[in-house]
Structure formats: C-alpha cells, structure tokens
Design a protein around this ligand. Structure first.
Ligand code: HEC
Length: 117
C-alpha cells in the first residue's frame, strides 16, 4: 500500500465518520421530537370540542371542574387516572368514559390547550 493510498483511506474514514455522526445526530433529533410529548394546543382545541358541554367553551368549568390554567402535567395525570379507571371525585363515573377514548397524544394535546388558556 503506497503512502498516497494510505492518505486517501484516512480521508475516506474521516468522511464515513462525519456521515455517521450526522446520521446519528439526525436520528437523535427525530427521536427527541417524537418522545418529547410536548402536545399540540391547536389539535387539543379540536379534540376539546367534545368536552365543552361539561367544561365550558373556554374550559372555565360547568358540570365539570374548571380546567383552564391548570398545568399540563396535572391535566395529563388526571386524565390518565380516569382512563385507568381510578375513582377521583364523586362524579368520576361521568368523566371516566370521556377519558377512556383518548390516546396519549390526545391527552398531551388537550393538556397543552387547556394550560394555554
Ligand atoms: C358529561 C360531562 C363531561 C364531559 C363531556 C367531559 N367531562 Fe371532564 N369532568 C366531568 C366531571 C363531572 C368531572 C369531575 C369528576 C369527578 O368527580 O372526579 C370531570 C373532571 C375532569 C377532569 C379533572 C379536573 C380536576 O381538576 O379534577 C379533567 C382533566 C377533565 N374532566 C377533562 C375532560 C376532557 C379532556 C373532556 C373531553 C374529552 C371531558 N373532561 C369531558 C364531566 C365531563
């Protein structure tokens, strides 16, 4: 193997390493975006249309408690409790079926929406 070939091979190796780092960084970024569960408030507002009858058009409360202004973490945890069938307040049986049909993404989106009010 000549010196020229060696130098070329080293350049090739550096190029492959650079591409690998870029690929890993890109993959890492995509994974971060998907696992962040930040919640999309606009999508949450759409899903919340089925909740306004009891919680009010602006989540100000009605038959059900006021949700506006609660932290998104609280809303996520309460909805997961209802979804899991846990008894919360005296009217849990009214609320549990509403939470049962929500996906994790729905819950994250609704929480982002009500926390923004
Ligand atoms: C039929 C009326 C009704 C509908 C529709 C309804 N809820 Fe409720 N919700 C209630 C009642 C009543 C409670 C209190 C239940 C209890 O005593 O635990 C409640 C409680 C909650 C709580 C807990 C609030 C707290 O601070 O303790 C959250 C969060 C919630 N609802 C979210 C939603 C979402 C999101 C939807 C729409 C997918 C929805 N609700 C639809 C009646 C309703």
């Amino acid at each position: 193997m000549s010196i020229v070939q060696l130098v070329l091979n080293q350049k090739e190796i550096i190029k492959i390493m650079k591409n690998t780092i870029i690929a890993l960084a890109t993959a890492g970024f995509i994974t971060f975006g998907a696992s962040a569960q930040a919640g999309d408030a606009a999508a949450g507002k759409t899903t919340f249309a089925t909740c306004v009858g009891c919680h009010g058009a602006n989540a100000e409360g009605g038959v059900g408690p006021k949700l506006a202004g609660q932290s998104s973490a609280d809303i996520v945890s309460k909805l997961n409790d209802y979804k899991a069938g846990k008894q919360r307040g005296p009217m849990t049986s009214m609320m549990a079926p509403m939470a049962a049909g929500l996906s994790d993404a729905d819950i994250a989106n609704i929480a982002a929406y009500t926390a923004s009010l």
